[in-house]
Design a binder for this molecule. Structure first.
Ligand code: NIG
Ligand code: FE
Length: 411
């Protein structure tokens, strides 16, 4: 299957040399080609250039992209899109004045979703989840990380991870699975944290590893959830099974969890709505990617990750949705990019870098996803005609996508 896109007004994120991630001031540059062509064969990008070099004797399908912009599909490195039911009542409770914390303390929040998940059959869970995955593919996501963490029992966690595996087998989108057994303490373990962490380490992890169900390990490192020491135990245990860490941290409070994650060589630290100077120092010269989730901040009215502070310190930043039933019931990366520009003062160039190449890095996919590079996956978004790519975040809320191609397949 060969596909040639011609007359592209602007081809974004063109990187001739392999790039793992971009940091600090590099993020302000988004390399592009004007009046371009892009060739994709057997699901892989095989060539691109400006129209004067366009292949003349091409015999496959040609898409004329006159007036349109083409960019790599979004890389959403943090989601919880496998879940059962939703939590609109909590949404209304928050409108009426309750905080996320107050709702959780009343048995709502993560434990509410865990109860529903454990009552839902695996096939039904798959049905609900595949609809969300299909929706985000239409919205331009071509690579995605999905977490467990609403089971909180051996069977519940395995059920979630098996659903993620089934999604991976049935859809062209690249999927990475993260084990998040340490998402919250089930009620029966409220007073005995050690026993729940023992369950995670001695029962959940070996079962997950024996079925090869997870790529990464996560924990919710936060006041009232998993302490820094507890998170470190989880990261160490994950390492025994070859699972690198991607950790929820600094969502509500800064408790020096970031330094612990860096010490354990975490691949990413996610949320970072509250960031101290010590956290920034810890991240410098590390391999750990900070990941911001601006539509979570928007939905539950908490501060936005201080992007300018991180970038000015020379750090990289990735953007992801956090798609989940409690704090972000949306998997729309277009809205994430717009929100990052509007509320975090990222430029469109920075936000697109954060949502493509850096997102790919944050889930170990930057050698195959996140840029227009020969040899990478043929996964691109073709927009509707645009004045410039600045219109993508500017016209927030409009769907400016014309066509999504994932692994060479039109979605
Ligand atoms: O990333 N903060 C922890 N976990 C999710 C929310 C989970 C929930 O409320 O269901 C998050 O925001
Ligand atoms: Fe999350």
């Amino acid at each position: 299957m060969a596909l040639l896109i011609t007359n592209i007004k602007e081809l974004l994120q063109v990187r001739d040399t392999p790039t793992e991630k971009v940091s600090g001031s590099e993020m302000a540059t988004l390399p592009t080609l004007h009046n371009a062509w892009l060739l994709m064969q057997n699901g892989t990008i095989t060539g691109y250039g400006t129209m004067e070099t366009c292949p003349a004797d091409f015999s496959g399908e040609i898409i004329d992209a006159t007036g349109k912009t083409v960019l790599p599909t979004w890389c959403d490195s943090h989601t919880h899109l496998v879940y059962a039911g939703n939590r609109e009542q909590e949404f209304v409770d928050r409108i009426n004045g309750l905080s996320y914390e107050e709702i959780a303390n009343r048995g709502g929040g993560i434990l509410n979703s865990a109860k529903r998940l454990n009552e839902t059959h695996e096939d039904e869970l798959y049905e609900q989840s595949r609809k969300r995955l299909e929706e985000v593919m239409q919205l331009g996501t071509g690579a995605i990380e999905i977490k467990s963490g609403y089971g909180l029992t051996v069977e519940g966690e395995l059920k979630m991870l098996r659903v993620i595996k089934r999604l991976r087998e049935n859809y062209p989108v690249a999927i990475k699975a993260t084990f998040l057994g340490a998402h919250a303490f089930p009620t029966e373990y409220k007073e005995n944290h050690t026993a729940y962490i023992d369950l995670i380490i001695n029962e959940m992890l070996p079962a997950i590893a024996s079925e090869g169900l997870a790529d990464y390990i996560d924990a919710f490192c936060e006041t009232g959830y998993f302490s820094v020491a507890e998170t470190e135990r989880i990261m160490e245990a994950g390492k025994q099974y070859g699972l690198e860490a991607k950790i929820h941290v600094n969502q509500f409070t800064a408790i020096e969890g970031i330094a612990a994650c860096v010490k354990h060589n975490a691949l990413s630290v996610d949320h970072l709505e509250i960031v101290s100077d010590t956290d920034i120092e810890a991240l410098k010269n590390s391999r750990t990617m900070p990941v911001a989730l601006p539509t979570c901040s928007f939905f539950i009215s908490i501060p936005y990750t201080p992007a300018r502070k991180l970038l000015n310190a020379g750090l990289p930043l990735a953007l992801a949705t956090d798609y989940n039933p409690g704090t972000t019931p949306s998997g729309n990366m277009n809205l994430v990019v717009a929100t990052a520009c509007i509320k975090m003062k990222m430029t469109p160039e920075e936000a697109i870098n954060a949502a493509t190449i850096n997102g790919a890095y944050a889930m170990g996919l930057s050698s195959t996803h996140g840029s227009i590079t020969v040899g990478k996956k043929a996964s691109v978004i073709i927009t509707k005609p645009l004045n410039s790519f600045y219109e993508l975040p500017y016209a927030f809320g409009s769907n400016l996508i014309d066509t999504v191609i994932i692994n060479g397949q039109k979605i």
